[in-house]
Design a protein around this ligand. Structure first.
Ligand code: ADP
Ligand code: MG
Length: 447
């Protein structure tokens, strides 16, 4: 759970002030993710702390969990009284603050104010997508409509999309800008249908001037979402309102997407972000280390660029970790220090994804032990997780069926069967499909 806690806290940290983070979130630990009941258990240092979070940050916590897990989870607190001493002091300090002032604006507007063009480093790999995004921001609805940006994970799609929104909000405050993930859109739709408020839904979406939809690939297989998006698209497009999508693949490559949507996604401009080139990575590392107030020589920036995975999210995580550890140990950052602190991250660069790693991540995701995944146990939960791990081993590695079978202690026909079963299931089971997408994201972001 350490990795998950880390991921969760780093996202929270991006979304609130440092003071708030240090006062309320710093000491939290995620103890457990229950995927069956969709509940996360968070360990907090005191009742006071957990109640404050509950009263003032529940929206932020829920949204952040959803951003990571790609579906809605509830959460509950468990109190660990140890280690609370300096906590209470901090808590006292904050009691007098107006909790409403502490709330972050982005939650209401959807946009993350941190993601701006100013903070976006441009290089060969993203020059085209950046140019397209700035053109759209300067001339919404007029230059390229829709704009469709795609790339692998952690390469700046969400950042660019928010930059467009933030730029327009600032320069054209009269325009109605909306940033949603495709899942927000789906959830909004489902809720409106359930509450019999479809008119409101349509009015709301059709009064938008700039519609920014992140991670559109997740509407694959969701028919009513696609239907409604189709009508929303037409209504906005006809009024020359700007629409921007991001996705992990090009429109053609998204399976389970209606053709009429695919063709519309291709009407405007399609821009991809490629794998970052080493020079731009150095520039990004230098910029991020300045933002994080880390002292880093050019030589060390170069060393990091060459030895970390070409994934900007992973790089940010690595820098944050270096900063935290250097502050904690009160030392300067040097190459031996980097090698020690980032041992695991540095080592996996360029390595092929292994079946063992897939088994580990799938096991963690479903809350099943590795040896159970490899055992003969046939409970439904274990069987599904095992099939998912086999399917992903075919999908993400170059290993043959017999080879993969060996890793699970099974023969090749079991692997073939598993692959076929999962392929069939994800056609209709969108929940499973989403889970698999999340697992792929987790695996890829670590390589
Ligand atoms: P994606 O949506 O493609 O998975 P994100 O936009 O979330 O990726 O980017 C991951 C992290 O990397 C974010 O914190 C973002 O600010 C940062 N990032 C990505 N590209 C750049 C860039 N070109 N310059 C500066 N930071 C970047
Ligand atoms: Mg994103």
């Amino acid at each position: 759970m350490k990795e998950f806690t880390y991921k969760f806290l780093s996202l929270i940290k991006e979304r609130i002030s440092e003071e708030e983070f240090n006062s309320w979130f710093k000491s939290l630990l995620i103890e457990n993710i229950d995927f069956n009941n969709k509940v996360i258990t968070i360990i907090a240092p005191s009742n006071f702390n957990s109640e404050w979070l509950q009263n003032n940050y529940s929206e932020l916590i829920e949204k952040t969990l959803k951003d990571i897990l790609k579906e809605k989870f509830n959460y509950k607190f468990k109190i660990n009284e140890k280690n609370t001493s300096d906590y209470n002091e901090n808590n006292q300090l904050l009691i007098n603050k107006d909790p409403f002032k502490l709330k972050n604006k982005f939650i209401e507007k959807g946009l993350n104010p941190k993601y701006t063009f100013e903070r976006f480093v441009v290089g060969e790999f993203n020059r085209f997508a950046h140019a397209a995004a700035t053109a759209v921001a300067k001339n919404p609805g007029k230059s390229y409509n829709p704009l469709f940006i795609y790339s692998g994970v952690g390469l700046g799609k969400t950042h660019l999309l928010n930059s467009i929104g933030n730029y327009i909000s600032k320069n054209n405050p009269n325009l109605n800008v909306a940033y949603v993930t495709s899942e927000d859109f789906t959830n909004d739709l489902v809720k409106s249908i359930r509450e019999d408020k479809m008119n409101e839904f349509r009015n709301r979406y059709r009064s938008i001037d700039i519609l920014l939809i992140d991670d559109i690939q997740f509407i694959a297989g969701k028919q009513s979402t696609q239907e409604e998006l189709f009508h929303t698209f037409n209504a906005l497009y006809d009024k020359e309102k700007q629409i921007v999508f991001t996705s992990d693949s090009s429109p053609k490559e998204i399976t389970g997407l209606e053709n009429r949507l695919k063709t519309r996604f291709e009407w405007g401009l399609i821009a991809d972000i490629q794998t970052p080139d080493p020079e731009t990575l150095v520039a990004i590392i230098i910029k991020k280390s300045q933002e994080l107030e880390i002292k880093l020589s050019n030589e060390l920036a170069f060393f990091l660029a060459n030895n970390l995975p070409a994934n900007i999210r992973t790089i940010e995580g690595a820098l944050t970790r270096l900063k935290a550890m250097a502050d904690f140990e009160k030392v300067e950052i040097s190459e031996p220090f980097i090698r020690r602190i980032l041992k695991d991250t540095l080592r996996i660069k360029e390595k092929d994804i292994t079946v063992e790693y897939i088994i580990k991540v799938v096991g963690e995701f479903f809350g099943i032990k590795v040896n159970e995944l490899k055992s003969k146990k046939k409970s439904k939960q274990i069987a599904i997780a095992r099939q998912v791990a086999m399917y992903l081993s075919r999908y993400l590695t170059k290993m043959s069926y017999p080879h993969i079978g060996e890793k699970f202690g099974k023969d090749h026909s079991t692997v073939i069967h598993a692959e076929n079963q999962i392929k069939k299931k994800i056609q209709t089971d969108t929940e499973l499909n989403n889970k698999i997408n999340t697992i792929i994201n987790i695996i890829k972001s670590n390589y």
